[in-house]
Design a protein around this ligand. Structure first.
Ligand code: ADP
Ligand code: MG
Length: 251
């Protein structure tokens, strides 16, 4: 085993730029995530956090720069086939769950692996039951999303992401739409995943959680990474005045 193969990050963004029309949203983002790493992205609203995640899983094309995920050069991916292969490895969970409302929990978990990845249905169902246990929703396989609380729906969304057996999961403010009492049940599931070595990239406003689970925190402001470092350093001795100002407002 060579040292380079063990230290090469799973995700590597270099000088990524993205504009919408004349509006420059990302102005040269560099970010890397090692396999098994947990990275949190924090920053003011509109600073480009969601755009970073959307670029990583190829939901939006970049203007320039490179994004490597494993062996994929994401910036060069164009065909549906390439993008499906990428999203098999890079799952994403959104603030608004995005479950299929007219499908049961079990169908939500099994549709993509069966229809897109062409996996054996019996195997996929068996895996789905294990994933429901993991997100503490045993017995809910026949429920419809509308019969579940927000926290339960979000845990189904996490199980659905896991059902694809991805190499990394991107979480975009997944607790932001939840009532306060449901936040911790979702964070507990993410904490378990992080502890099991799942590579996670989390955009979050839960600063205490970020401090607890992250290996590294990236602070974005106006489309640049202003400061990055281990959570303790970033939260307890921030250098950049923009980060200090942000932490004053949110902590
Ligand atoms: P954050 O997640 O940090 O709040 P976003 O990445 O969602 O920020 O957005 C960054 C900026 O880009 C915002 O000003 C937003 O309005 C703008 N933006 C995001 N997506 C689009 C789009 N599809 N078209 C035009 N502007 C967009
Ligand atoms: Mg966002």
């Amino acid at each position: 085993m060579t040292t380079t193969s063990t230290t090469k990050p799973l995700i590597e963004m270099r000088d990524v730029r993205k504009s919408f029309g004349t509006y420059d949203v990302l102005n040269g983002i560099a970010l890397d995530v090692r396999e098994g790493g947990v990275v949190c992205i924090i920053g003011p609203s509109g600073s480009g956090k969601s755009t970073i995640l959307r670029c990583i899983n190829g939901l939006i094309p970049v203007n320039s720069g490179t994004i490597r995920v494993g062996d994929f050069a994401v910036e060069a991916m164009k065909t549906d086939r390439e993008l499906i292969a990428l999203r098999h490895q890079v799952a994403m969970v959104f603030q608004q769950y995005n479950l299929f409302p007219h499908r049961t929990v079990m169908q939500n978990l099994t549709m993509a692996p069966i229809q897109v990845l062409k996996e054996n249905p019996a195997d996929v169902r068996e895996r789905a039951l294990k994933l429901l246990a993991k997100v503490r929703l045993t017995g809910k396989e026949d429920a419809y999303p509308s019969q579940l609380s927000g926290g339960q729906q979000q845990r189904v969304a996490i199980a659905r992401a896991l059902a694809m057996q991805p190499r990394v999961i991107l979480f975009d403010e997944v607790t932001a739409a939840l009532d306060p009492e449901m936040v911790s049940e979702v964070l507990n599931v993410i904490r378990d995943l992080a502890g099991e070595g799942m590579t996670c990239v989390l955009v979050t406003h839960e600063m205490r959680f970020a401090q607890e689970v992250a290996d590294e925190v990236f602070f974005t402001d106006r489309g640049v990474i202003v400061e990055r470092g281990p959570p303790k350093q970033l939260f307890q001795s921030p250098n950049d005045p923009r980060l200090k100002d942000f932490l004053d407002k949110v902590l």
